[in-house]
Design a protein around this ligand. Structure first.
Ligand SMILES: Cc1cc2nc3c(=O)[nH]c(=O)nc-3n(C[C@H](O)[C@H](O)[C@H](O)COP(=O)(O)OP(=O)(O)OC[C@H]3O[C@@H](n4cnc5c(N)ncnc54)[C@H](O)[C@@H]3O)c2cc1C
Length: 571
């Protein structure tokens, strides 16, 4: 039997960040994943960042995480979204070479001496009383640990749909994790179903690029990480095309065999990333939907047609694709599909991404009802830091809504829960003027230093840039070219200063309310003036402070006043 401080189950975006973050805090970590060769795989589009998501990548980087550097190591197309708007809502997004991205994650993980990668399927948890103390592999081996992080993505009870075809799998060609899914249900955890989907992949040599509007990579050089790769890879252009009324007719005719519309899929899909059949059903009056043709790598010909995710029958997919201008001769290399999987109601987690019901168990990524690599990585970071804290007796790490998008996402998840896959959006952050993608290092490096999760090299880098920032604030514009982003950050701080000052009062109120501790869920019925409806709503999210209660949907000002009065009397 092997013994570790932290076991992480799943080598996707959440699992790799969780394992690396726990290791950076000094924990001895085992990262267990079904296939070693698939660690760091991008299940869907080979792109990192975007609106709101780019903020998350930069925030993970402020904690010395993996994602931003892997993005820089593999970027073959750069696009700063919302460039014409203020820095607060700009979204850095890169198109990655899929293989180079995965290789970069594997290379970064290999530099951690205290991180062991184990290939295998976890089928059970070792539970002792109300504590999780390890995991059991399919072959029967037990791995003991002080904490376990579940980062199983779309694999728990994963079922793949394409037209009338049904396959078992968490991703095409990779088996689902059925035994672990059954075990989590046996443990009476609140598990539900969600779904997501992916488009067909195209052979780029069969696309008529000459007919399409090209979209070149940005001219100016920018990076995802503040400690970037030495050099940029060669940059490739993307292209844009559109579906046509004929494509829509083909899709409508194909709906008869659609698992989505025929009721075979029960889980809700992502509102902000709908399938093409969903778009045509919901926005039937549109004469076309944009498709971004995104190359998947420097050394292969695959192209990802962003915008036509689908689970329609293979024949319908082929017909639909060839009805699009520029794709008349396009050959599909892999058909699109949908996957439905189990997820945990994130309201059963606390802000450390721990399950209070089962001590030592943490969850991160798609298992918590989110969608997206960046959302997964950001949760992996927090779960990994806190799993290490739990196992090694270190202080826990949380980020509040005023400090980062990571804080906004986790607060939304654990207080509101999800009814569809949760995606980060700038609109979800109320303090977005101060939460810019470009100032993540400034906002979060103190928390990262306190968590003791920065390498010596990163620590030096952060301190050096802090001095440069101080110099820039006092009017010195003589900043090294590689740190020129600091000048822009300081200029932007000055521009937003009056608005940010106005927000500070609201931030102070939120932080004050976070200090008012509420009674445990079991004694809410003792609070005078709380209706049964309010008690039910509070119980399902289990807020521990007045601040958290105030952000639960449907909690009335009267209920908050009753809670405040009760907390004041109790103290
Ligand atoms: C078909 C498809 C389409 C998608 N479309 C989009 C999209 O359009 N937009 C978007 O933002 N996101 C999309 N996603 C979601 C995106 O891929 C995920 O959000 C992201 O990969 C989640 O990261 P994760 O680390 O939580 O899980 P994953 O990346 O899924 O990684 C999970 C890992 O855990 C391993 N694992 C699972 N169970 C076990 C076990 N019991 N034992 C050992 N190892 C285990 C798996 O082998 C895998 O390596 C899509 C995903 C799929 C599958």
């Amino acid at each position: 039997m092997k013994q570790f401080d932290v076991v992480v189950v799943g080598g996707g975006h959440a699992g790799t960040e969780a394992a690396a973050a726990a290791a950076r805090r000094g924990a001895c970590v085992a990262l267990i994943s079904q296939a070693k060769s698939q660690i760091g795989t991008m299940s869907c589009n080979p792109s990192i960042g975007g609106l709101g998501k780019g903020h998350l990548v930069r925030e993970v980087d402020a904690f010395d995480g993996l994602m931003a550097r892997a993005a820089d190591d593999s970027a073959i197309h750069h696009r700063m979204l919302n460039r014409s708007k203020g820095l607060a809502v700009q979204g850095p997004r890169i198109q990655a070479d899929r293989t180079r991205y995965r290789n970069s994650i594997a290379r970064q993980l290999s530099t951690y001496q205290n991180l062991t990668i184990v290939e295998g399927e976890v089928v059970d948890l070792v539970v002792s009383g109300d504590r999780v103390i390890g995991a059991i592999l399919a072959e029967g081996d037990t791995v003991r640990s002080g904490a376990v992080v579940l980062a199983t993505g779309t694999f728990l009870g994963g079922k793949i749909f394409r037209g009338e075809e049904r396959l078992d799998g968490g991703r095409v060609g990779e088996s689902a994790a059925h035994r672990l899914a059954a075990r989590l249900r046996d443990l009476a955890l609140p598990m539900h179903r969600l779904k997501t989907g992916t488009p067909p992949r195209l052979d780029g040599r069969t696309i008529d690029w000459g007919r399409l509007a090209p979209q070149p990579s940005d001219d100016d050089i920018w990076w995802m990480s503040t400690m970037p790769a030495a050099e940029r890879l060669p940059q490739l252009a993307c292209a844009i095309t559109r579906t046509t009324p004929r494509s829509h007719d083909i899709v409508r005719r194909g709906l008869a065999s659609s698992p989505l519309f025929g009721g075979a899929i029960e889980g809700q899909g992502p509102r902000y990333c709908p399938s093409i059949e969903d778009k045509i059903h919901r926005f039937g009056d549109r004469d076309g939907h944009q498709i971004f043709l995104e190359p998947e790598g420097l050394d292969d010909h695959l192209v990802y047609p962003n915008g036509i995710s689908t689970s329609l029958d293979a024949r319908v997919q082929q017909e639909m694709v060839t009805s699009v201008p520029g794709l008349e001769r396009a050959r599909i290399t892999t058909m699109g599909y949908a996957v439905e999987y189990d997820h945990l109601d994130p309201r059963s987690l606390d802000h450390r991404l721990a399950l209070p019901q089962l001590k030592g168990l943490f969850c991160a990524g798609q298992i918590n009802g989110t969608t997206g690599y960046e959302e997964a990585a950001a949760q992996g970071l927090i779960a990994g830091l806190n799993a290490a804290a739990h196992a090694c007796g270190l202080p826990h790490v949380t980020i509040d809504r005023a400090a980062g998008y990571i804080g906004v996402m986790i607060d939304d998840l654990v207080l509101q829960g999800v009814t569809e896959p949760y995606r980060m959006l700038t609109a979800r952050a109320e303090f977005r003027l101060s939460l810019r993608a470009d100032n993540a290092e400034t906002r979060l490096s103190t928390i990262a230093m306190e968590a003791n999760c920065l390498s010596g090299q990163r620590l030096f880098h952060v301190e050096r840039r802090r001095e440069l920032r101080d110099r820039a604030r006092s009017g010195d514009t003589n900043i090294p070219v590689k740190d020129i982003d600091i000048l822009r950050e300081v200029e932007e701080d000055a521009r937003y200063a009056p608005y940010v000052a106005r927000q500070e009062e609201e931030v102070a109120r939120i932080r004050r309310d976070e200090k008012i501790v509420l009674p445990p869920a079991t004694s809410l019925s003792d609070v005078p003036g709380l209706s049964t409806e309010m008690i039910d709503r509070l119980r399902s999210s289990a807020p521990s402070t007045l601040g958290e209660a105030s952000r639960i949907r449907g909690i009335t000002p009267a209920a908050l006043a009753a809670l405040w009065l009760h907390a004041r009397k109790a103290s």
